[in-house]
Design a protein around this ligand. Structure first.
Ligand SMILES: Cc1ncc(COP(=O)(O)O)c(C=O)c1O
Length: 372
C-alpha cells in the first residue's frame, strides 16, 4: 500500500464544483487583487477565529514581517522566539535587521518553554514571537502575563494552528497580532501562497492595512514604507469555500490522531505526541519521536509510507545565523527534538485502512528493533 504524507487531490475532489465556481466568479469579475472576495474572506476568518479583525496578506511569512513592521521592529531590536520552528519565524526578524533571540523548547509539546523567557529579556527586547507548533497552542498564558507587565508586544506565529485553542485562549488572539499561513499543506490551504494577520487592536489593524499596500495612505502618498503584502482574490475565494469545511476537517484530523494513539499505544521505541489537557490540538502535523528516527523513516519509506522531519536543524544552528554565536548544545531540547521527530500522514481524508497500515508498519519495525 502507498500512503503519501499528504494528498491534496482527495480534498479537491470532494469540493471541486464549489471551488471551481468560486474561482470562475473571480475570473469573470476580473478583480484579482484585494477587492470584495478578499473583504468577504477577512470577515469570515475573523468570525471563525473569534477576533475583531483579519487582514489578508500574501503569505504567512509576510504576515510576520508586516506585523513586526507594524510594531516598529528594526535594527538593534531583539525579538525572542523558539529555535524549533519553520525558518520564516526567525527569518522575518532578521530581515528587518533585528536580532532573533532563541529560547529552548519544552519537550512535552515542542513549543517555547515559557519559564525560560524571563531571563532572555533585555532592555532591547521589543517583541516576542511564540509559535504554536504542529497545531497545539504553546503555554501562552504566562507569556501574555510576563510581556504585558513589561509592555512587550506578542506576535503569535499561528501559521500551523488555525482553530487551535487552550482553555479560553484561541490561536492567534492573545497578542497584538496572530499570523496565519494558508500555504497549501496547512489545515486551511490556498491554491498558492497566502496568509493573514488577526488582531483585536484597532490602531494596529489600520497600520497593517496601510503597510500591506506599500504604506500608501491615501493612494500614492507614503507616510511610511510598507510592502506588497496583498492577498489575491482567487486565493481568498478558494479559502472562503474551504473555511466552511475546516471544522469537519479538523475533527477528522483529531479522529485520525486518536486512531494512531489507540493503535500505537505501548509500542516500544516510539513516543506519541502529547495533547495537553484542555487543549484542542488541530494536528497540522502528527509528530512522533524515536531515538532511532532515521531507521524508522527508512522502514516506512520502503513500506510506501510518506513521512517528513520537521525540522532537521534548529534555527540557532543554521549557517545563516552563525553570526548570532549560539554553540551546539546551547538549546538541548530543540537539538534532541531535531534528531528524533517524525511526522506521519494525518490529513482528514486518510482511510481507516491506511492508518492501520501505517501503525502496523511501525509495529513491524518496533518488533524488529526489539529482537536486535
Ligand atoms: C511556523 C510557521 N511560521 C511561518 C510560516 C510561513 O508561512 P508561509 O509559508 O505562508 O510564508 C510557516 C509555514 O510555512 C510556518 O509553519
Amino acid at each position: 500500500m502507498r500512503v503519501p504524507l499528504l494528498d491534496l487531490g482527495r480534498q479537491y475532489a470532494g469540493i471541486k464544483p464549489e471551488i471551481d465556481a468560486a474561482v470562475t466568479r473571480v475570473v469573470e469579475s476580473q478583480h484579482f487583487v484585494l477587492g470584495p472576495a478578499v473583504a468577504r474572506f477577512e470577515e469570515e476568518l475573523a468570525a471563525y477565529c473569534g477576533v475583531g479583525f483579519a487582514v489578508g496578506v500574501s503569505s504567512g511569512t509576510d504576515a510576520l514581517i508586516a506585523s513586526l513592521m507594524a510594531v516598529g521592529i528594526g535594527p538593534g531590536d531583539e525579538v525572542i522566539t523558539t529555535p524549533f520552528t519553520f525558518f520564516a519565524t526567525a527569518g522575518a526578524i532578521a530581515r528587518l535587521g533585528a536580532k532573533p533571540v532563541f529560547v529552548d523548547i519544552d519537550p512535552a509539546d515542542f513549543n517555547i518553554d515559557a519559564s525560560f523567557i524571563d531571563r532572555a529579556i533585555t532592555p532591547r527586547t521589543k517583541a516576542i514571537i511564540p509559535v504554536h507548533l504542529f497545531g497545539q497552542l504553546c503555554d501562552i498564558e504566562p507569556i501574555v502575563e510576563l510581556t504585558a507587565k513589561r509592555g512587550i508586544p506578542v506576535i503569535e506565529d499561528a501559521a500551523q494552528a488555525i482553530g487551535a485553542s487552550g482553555g479560553a485562549r484561541r490561536a492567534g488572539t492573545s497578542g497584538v497580532a496572530g499570523c496565519l499561513s494558508f500555504f497549501p499543506s496547512k489545515n486551511l490551504g490556498a491554491f498558492g501562497d497566502a496568509g493573514a494577520v488577526l488582531t483585536n487592536d484597532d490602531g494596529f489593524f489600520r497600520k497593517l492595512k496601510i503597510l500591506r499596500t506599500h504604506g500608501a495612505e491615501p493612494k500614492y502618498f507614503h507616510g511610511v514604507i510598507g510592502g506588497n503584502f496583498r492577498l489575491d482574490a482567487i486565493q481568498a475565494a478558494v479559502l472562503s469555500v474551504k473555511l466552511g469545511r475546516l471544522e469537519a476537517w479538523t475533527d477528522a484530523r483529531r479522529r485520525n490522531a486518536q486512531a494512531y494513539r489507540r493503535l500505537l499505544a505501548g509500542v516500544r521505541g516510539v513516543v506519541l505526541p502529547k495533547e495537553k489537557p484542555g487543549f484542542r490540538h488541530i494536528y497540522n502535523q502528527f509528530v512522533i519521536r524515536s531515538a532511532r528516527r532515521d531507521e524508522l523513516m527508512k522502514h516506512l519509506k520502503d513500506a510506501g509510507v510518506g513521512t517528513e522531519v520537521y525540522y532537521p536543524l534548529p534555527l540557532h544552528m543554521q549557517e545563516c545565523f552563525a553570526y548570532l554565536g549560539y554553540a551546539p548544545g546551547s538549546m538541548p531540547e530543540a537539538e534532541k527534538a531535531a534528531r528524533e521527530v517524525l511526522a506521519l500522514p494525518i490529513y482528514p481524508e486518510l482511510t481507516t485502512e491506511e492508518i492501520e497500515y501505517v501503525a502496523a508498519e511501525i509495529k513491524v519495525w518496533a518488533d524488529d528493533v526489539a529482537r536486535d
